[in-house]
Design a protein around this ligand. Structure first.
Ligand SMILES: Cc1cc2nc3c(=O)[nH]c(=O)nc-3n(C[C@H](O)[C@H](O)[C@H](O)COP(=O)(O)OP(=O)(O)OC[C@H]3O[C@@H](n4cnc5c(N)ncnc54)[C@H](O)[C@@H]3O)c2cc1C
Length: 265
């Protein structure tokens, strides 16, 4: 098996939110890096994700906070309701709460696309490699050899040499499993269903809402795109959570899908 590249670059395993943000941070500091992502193509997957002010501060350091805020919806407040829809408590959020950066609800695919496009522009296409499933790393005194399969074919792909390998391969991290083989993810017994709806702004269209409790069933609702259509509707993210009754905690197993967060129960 031939080996590519040398010890003057950093190998980032996983082209998700953390992988591309890290790549941009390294690039800004003049540190060479390559990103290796298991997915053969990047698609706008997921639904809503909320960027709190400390995350927006990090995006600001990459020059991306304005683009992310413009593509999402700034939350002004967070409100808690009981399962009958009666208000329990609310508080201001983001800029309204005095933080220097806003709290932003955004489609995860849009956030990912902003990071990907910026990374490809900054690093160059040749430093963002898709269709590379990392299968493990071998460390020696000079650096690290990273092993890959081609996702599409399952065939072994070229090994890669780097000074350091940084694992950004998500919740089912292959690298983490290599170093901590006895660690287990445990299903806590809560099922989640997520989706988006085109809907008129609720409570003015800048509120993060939690309704109900995990004991009786809960839904989290927040807008992620403003002016989604010509009728002034927003794209509204919703996430329902309900406990699964009568099942013991069980280890989560990977599906083998190209999604860092996919699990089989
Ligand atoms: C497809 C997808 C959809 C998601 N949707 C949502 C959502 O709607 N709302 C929400 O709040 N959070 C969502 N998440 C989770 C959220 O993106 C992350 O929890 C969070 O952003 C942390 O980012 P991360 O970069 O650590 O992980 P992730 O964003 O999960 O990124 C990990 C990346 O590593 C890649 N990867 C995994 N294994 C390997 C391997 N062996 N070799 C190479 N690459 C590998 C994955 O394909 C993925 O691109 C989603 C994650 C994914 C992967």
């Amino acid at each position: 098996m031939s080996v590519m590249r040398g010890e003057d670059t950093i190998a980032i395993i996983g082209g998700g939110i953390a992988g591309f943000a890290l790549a941009l941070g390294l690039h800004r500091r003049g540190i060479d890096c390559h990103v290796y992502e298991v997915a053969p193509e990047i698609r706008p997957l997921g639904v809503g994700i909320t960027m709190l002010p400390h995350a927006m501060r990090e995006l600001a350091a990459l020059g991306l906070n304005d683009a992310v805020a413009a593509a999402g919806v700034k939350n002004i407040e967070s409100a808690f309701f009981n399962r009958f829809g009666q208000l329990i408590y609310k508080e201001e959020r983001g800029l309204a709460a005095g933080y220097p950066f806003p709290e932003v609800g955004i489609h995860r695919g849009t956030l990912h696309r902003i990071l990907l496009d910026t990374a490809v522009k900054a690093l160059g296409h040749e430093r963002v490699l898709l269709n590379r499933r990392c299968t493990g790393v071998t460390q020696d005194s000079a650096g690290v050899t990273v092993h890959f399969q081609e996702t599409a074919t399952g065939r072994a792909a070229e090994d890669v040499r780097a000074s350091v390998a940084l694992a950004c391969d998500g919740v089912n991290s292959t690298i983490r499993r290599q170093f901590y083989p006895d660690e287990e993810l445990v299903f806590e017994g809560i099922n989640t269903w997520r989706g988006v709806s085109q809907w008129k702004p609720i409570l003015g269209g800048h509120t993060y809402m939690r309704i109900g409790s995990i004991k009786t069933g809960k839904i989290v609702i927040y807008p992620i795109v403003d002016q989604y259509d010509t009728d002034g509707n927003q794209l509204v993210n919703w996430t329902t959570e309900a406990p699964q009754m009568g099942r013991p905690k069980k280890r989560l197993e990977q599906t083998g899908e190209d999604r860092g967060c996919s699990v089989h129960l």
